[in-house]
Design a protein around this ligand. Sequence first.
Ligand code: HEM
Length: 522
Amino acid sequence: MFQFVGLFLHFLDQLLLLFPLIIIIIFLLLRFLRSNNPGQRRLPPSPPGGSFPILGHLNLLKNPLHRTLAKLSAKHGPILLLHFGSRPVLLISSPSAAQECLTKNDIAFASRPRLSVGKHLGCNYTNILWAPYGPHWRNQRRIATLQILSPARIHMYGSVRTEEVKFLIRRLCGGTGENGFRMVEMKKVFFETVLNVMMRMIAGKRYCGERESEEAERFREIVKEGFKVSGATNMGDFLPNFLKWVGLWSGIEKRMERLQGLRDGFMQNLIEERRRMRRDKGDEMKESRVMADVLLDLQQTEPHYYTDAFIRGMMQGMLSAGTDTSSATMEWAFSLLLNHPNSLLKVQEEIDTHVGPNRLLQESDLSNLPFLNSVLKETLRIYPVAPLLVPHESSQDCVVGGFHVPRGTMLLVNNWAIQNDSDSWPDPAEFKPERFQDAGEVEEGLRWLPFGAGRRGCPGEGLAMRMVGLTLGCLIQCFEWRRVGEEMVDMSEGGGLTMPRARPLWANYRPRPILLRLLPTF
Ligand code: HEM
């Protein structure tokens, strides 16, 4: 018996001595297995020597961000792992890698990172733009695509867009001398036209032009402040909490919070006004159903889910995703055409030939105006207003280009770099709408994705292309346009996550004879 116990203790003694050796062997074995399975575990490369403690690669980021990141990718490769503070960021700059992220790994990357803009202006990460992938986002997306932005609904609001474009044309006529050219700030007229269209679709009310009420004035202030705060990149998003408390980055967050309060109040008034109208006018309102009505109807069936906060979030999400993007695209397109008068003339000739001298261009003409369409696509190629799309985030581990991408990694697809890469686009900086005339060939793969792709791709593409096409087409049909002065229009880009022009566009214009014939019919 004693012998047996002695033997056991001896064995235990040996085992304890061997224990560190066993641990080392297991560790080496695991490393060996990992290194022989690189697709599973090898992380994407990072720019050598560029990362600092706490800051990560934040020191490399300069405005315009998409250009800085494009240079980084040109030097170190199209799939890069960066660190914005402690947050891992996958930076993608090639069509094949974009395809892998947005198609094969579509579900893995269908979430959004929790950035301060999503907290304060995205209704605490609940609106369609900033909600994480899950049932709440899916439900909003379903309502957006089936009930708000469906082809039938977009068609239904065709008259709103036509009315607003006619209103714009009349407004421009007001200031025009008989033969002389007048000057107009294009940024203002484009933005106000889009805002009126969007607000009429959302709430049945327009806010800009004619005599402006106090309510319209308040709304303008909210929109203006929105521009300022969403244009500022918030470094605080990427820093550890103890640094944020120093207060350097809290200013911008406070402004966002205040703005969200103002927006909420404004949207709530709209909801209540609409509710009153529906109560007072009953069936009469069915003729003019707007987005608020769709949501108020849903509220009647499921009041606990479709709360006023849900309706406010949905209305705000649509407004902020659709307005600035569409009007900035119009401004870029017009800037390019003013710098390329031959293309401007070609669009005008195409419209004159197809539409003729006796009527105003309509949305149904757009599919028969291939050159105008190519101008829009070429504009969105050189100046995509969301050059880095909207950031995505992986909600599960996945593999991109053979590299392991852990869950919780922020994805930036540098669409500007993809669309301006000379491997895919000969002479990428040149404005050549003709390259889109053979559209099928050009759009193959993900070389052109100004609206993103996959589950989180833009649900408003159809509406945007109609709104932008109709407005530009009608202005070109009705007026003669020139640059202000001899110099070319300055094409510098402003900062922020969206890509506005650095300076607002101004242009000279005068009516064409066709307008004098059409004006009395408006
Ligand atoms: C020229 C105009 C427009 C451009 C270039 C544009 C582009 C984009 C892009 C790049 C995204 C992000 C895609 C991604 O994350 O991968 C997006 C998202 C979105 N867009 Fe647009 N957009 C435009 C107009 C509109 C309009 C008119 C509406 C609707 C009224 C709209 C509604 C949305 C919404 C709701 C989202 C969020 C989708 C989600 O997260 O599920 N957009 N858009």
